[in-house]
Design a protein around this ligand. Structure first.
Ligand code: XMP
Length: 223
């Protein structure tokens, strides 16, 4: 129930930095999420090499937000390096955008994850004002999953009530303020954790602590 966000800091050798963390925690996490910082630093092919160290779901978080045809071009490149799931923004709408992306995802066997709310405070300025419309895009696309904020558990509960079948993935644990396990208790399927683990003196110990907190909270809330 733990997905590692692998975002290298600026100025490091991103491949060795990522490989060190992958070797420390690759067997503990249930998936890995890569984003633009890593892709820009090391290029897509080497991201593919790195991902082979991880078991579980491999998610590309490039926050796709374009016309459908162009998002499909990006998707095809991501699929070619073994990505299992892609994250796109729901706010681009269904017609001519998410409809095309979701069909191409199905053809390629890649899972589609749509952002319906975000973990930073500004999400309430715009995205949360139209959350029902964003959720509706996810429903129409039959998205495999959605992203909702671990930092706002009421939003996670609301999204769960609206999308009973979808996987909910929640970033915001650790540096952004949420505690491990709380989003799971609010209905999420996975918590996405980055810097709390990757910037720790001991990524392995930190990952084990997150897993232990998740286990303890779930033992109470799912009793
Ligand atoms: P940290 O280091 O804060 O990293 O644990 C969090 C990771 O999750 C991404 N992130 C988000 N992705 N919606 C998303 O789709 C969000 O609300 C959100 N908040 C954080 C971030 O890119 C990083 O990789």
């Amino acid at each position: 129930l733990l997905i590692l966000a692998l975002d290298p800091p600026t100025g490091v050798d991103a491949f060795s930095w990522s490989m060190r963390i992958a070797e420390e925690v690759g067997d503990l996490v249930h998936g890995v999420k890569i984003g633009l910082p890593l892709v820009l630093d090391i290029g897509l092919q080497r991201v593919g090499d790195l991902l082979s160290v991880f078991k579980g779901i491999k998610i590309a978080d490039l926050k796709l937000a374009d016309i459908g045809d162009v998002m499909c071009l990006t998707l095809e490149r991501l699929a070619s390096i073994g990505i299992d799931a892609v994250i796109a923004h729901a706010f681009v709408g269904f017609r001519g955008a998410i409809d095309k992306l979701s069909s191409r995802c199905r053809e390629l066997g890649v899972k589609l994850i749509l952002v319906v709310s975000m973990s930073h405070p500004g999400s309430s300025e715009i995205m949360d004002e139209v959350i029902d419309k964003l959720v509706d895009v996810a429903r129409r696309a039959c998205a495999w999953g959605v992203v909702a904020p671990a930092t706002r558990l009421d939003v996670v509960r609301y999204v769960r009530s609206q999308l009973p079948e979808a996987k909910i993935l929640c970033p915001g644990v650790g540096v952004q303020g949420a505690s491990p396990g709380d989003a799971l208790c609010a209905g999420a399927d996975y918590e996405i954790v980055g810097r709390l683990i990757t910037r720790s003196d001991s990524p392995r110990r930190s990952a084990l602590e997150v897993l232990e907190m998740q286990r303890k909270k779930l033992a109470i809330c799912r009793r």
